[in-house]
Design a protein around this ligand. Structure first.
Ligand code: FE
Length: 256
């Protein structure tokens, strides 16, 4: 590491883009909200994005002589780092399973790899999609003060989202502890590339939180449904209602 001094010790990735920094020599602050007129730095420029030769506009001390005055974005940055670390652990766990147990199983799609997509907090718990060569699942991980190591594998739980309710299955693993999984696709034969799987995973995360995907229950929809029933041939079988999961997976075939 470069010999940065000051309280952030050169760890520019540990400060958020909103961090207000202060020259350790003359106490001149750098506020990203204001930028730096002297060096024609636009407002909105994070300290980490200042040019390497930027220096204190008052005393000329180099960037390395600045330390954190206050960091309004620190909490959000710490939370994002926590979610990312959990996602990385989840990926490591399933890579281990992939290499030790699944590689030679015929149903796996070797064009795909283990990847965590779109993890974010929902009700204080990280939630996202895990792609693997043999499944794509929605995964919920325990919140900050929760310990899910005692979950009973195979237990089922309904979890509600803006788009509807979904069945999750409890599971435990060595590294990650406990987690809850909702199967989206399995096996994964229909995916030609990792990029295609990523796109579907991102679309699932959007659809999951989109209230427009909730089953229609409003009066207008009831009336429309009644009219459609009247117009339909009397002996025609009712079309099956799409499952909640089918709605968020965009109608891609479910072969689970
Ligand atoms: Fe200074």
């Amino acid at each position: 590491m470069i010999g940065f001094e000051g309280s952030f010790l050169g760890a520019q990735d540990k400060i958020s883009p909103q961090a207000i920094m202060e020259c350790k020599i003359c106490w001149t602050p750098y506020d990203p909200g204001e930028g730096d007129d002297y060096r024609q730095i636009d407002p909105g420029t994070a300290f980490a994005d200042l040019p390497g030769d930027w220096s204190c506009p008052n005393c000329g001390a180099p960037k390395a002589q600045f330390m954190v005055l206050e960091d309004p974005g620190a909490e959000a940055a710490a939370e994002a780092a926590w979610i990312e670390a959990l996602g990385a652990k989840l990926v490591a766990e399933f890579r281990e399973i992939w290499h030790s147990k699944m590689r030679d199983v015929p149903m796996v799609n070797t064009r795909l790899s283990i990847e965590a997509i779109g993890f974010r907090l929902y009700d204080g718990r990280p939630l996202g999609v895990l792609i693997s060569p043999w499944f794509m699942n929605l995964i919920q991980l325990p919140g900050k003060n929760e310990d899910w190591r005692d979950l009973t594998s195979g237990d089922k739980e309904i979890i509600g989202f803006p788009s509807g309710e979904y069945e999750f299955i409890h599971n435990t693993r060595e590294m990650i502890g406990g987690y809850k999984a909702c199967s989206l696709f399995s096996p994964m034969g229909e995916f030609a590339t990792q990029m295609q799987a990523q796109e579907v995973a991102r679309a699932v995360m959007l659809a999951l939180f989109d209230e427009a995907n909730r089953a229609p229950s409003d009066r207008a929809a009831d009336i429309r449904a009644a009219r459609e029933a009247e117009l339909a041939p009397k002996d025609a079988p009712e079309p099956p209602a799409p499952s909640r999961r089918a709605v968020i997976t965009g109608g891609m075939a479910e072969t689970g």
